[in-house]
Design a protein around this ligand. Sequence first.
Ligand code: PBG
Length: 326
Amino acid sequence: MLNIRRPRRNRKSAAIRDMVAENSVSVNDLIYPLFLIEGDGEEKVEVSSMPGIFRHTLRSLLKEIEESLALGIRTFCLFPAIDDAKKDKMATESWNHEGLYLTAIREMKTKFPEACIMTDVAMDPYSSDGHDGIVKDGEILNDETLEVLGKMAVAQAEAGADIIGPSDMMDGRIGYIREALDENGFTNVSIMSYTAKYASAFYGPFRDALDSAPKSGDKKTYQMDPANVTEAMIEAELDYQEGADFMMVKPGLPYLDVIRALKESFDIPITAYNVSGEYAMIKAAAEKGWLDGEKCMVEMLLSFKRAGADAILTYFAKEFAQLQQK
Ligand code: PBG
């Protein structure tokens, strides 16, 4: 005898399925990452491993933001590609007010005050060593790096950043940056901590886009071991105590369990970073005709919401927003 309960009844029509859907993705959840390069024209260059994603000059960046705002995307995360000649061991270009990044933030805020701008705090785009911290005799110095991160964060806040995003994984950085911001009068500037950032191979296309791969060694002494989840809870506890407003898990797709674990233990919003490699693998398979890229995109974004993410940082933001308008 078949059980009297027939779960299929709740799936019998689109109306019922939509009525009982437990999770949904909205453009309000999305943060759109954008890559910035030097140049005066509108010439944007596609990232070869990320079809549909470009390295923008300031002018094409502003155009991209205008189009995205029209689609309902309101939060943007900006990453710079810095000329090699401007890189040094201390990442001094990162607090140059006339430099590429801070100039762009000021322009974005002036032109689109309604846009919410999230920044990236880490030394790697500006570092001649390609690492997120100061390198000395092959070691990454923690506490000395905090001073650089503090200067970078304050400079970004001065330029108009709404949310500071430390992606470096140095110990104590959230507390250090919070104090630096507060001391400089930026008590209203938020911090979205890259709380559980793993030493992942899924960042490959991003490092191509920014030319920011480490010159020697890897990032395993500061980014987390993919085998660990308890360690993510320690990172989260520290970030919470140090004053983070949001926590991020990165990458997203291979770490859905970590998103869930943080969501169950902490009462601040959790963001999933749907990283470059996750984007690239769907795009590559879709190009080959092996997957339906659009359907896989929606299913993947939904998986973050199901896992407990409140927000999603994703290269799919614009494509998803366009799909919603169809
Ligand atoms: C570096 C940084 C990385 C990403 C964001 N910030 C790469 C890294 O840690 O080497 C990767 C994002 C992506 O792959 O989409 N501070």
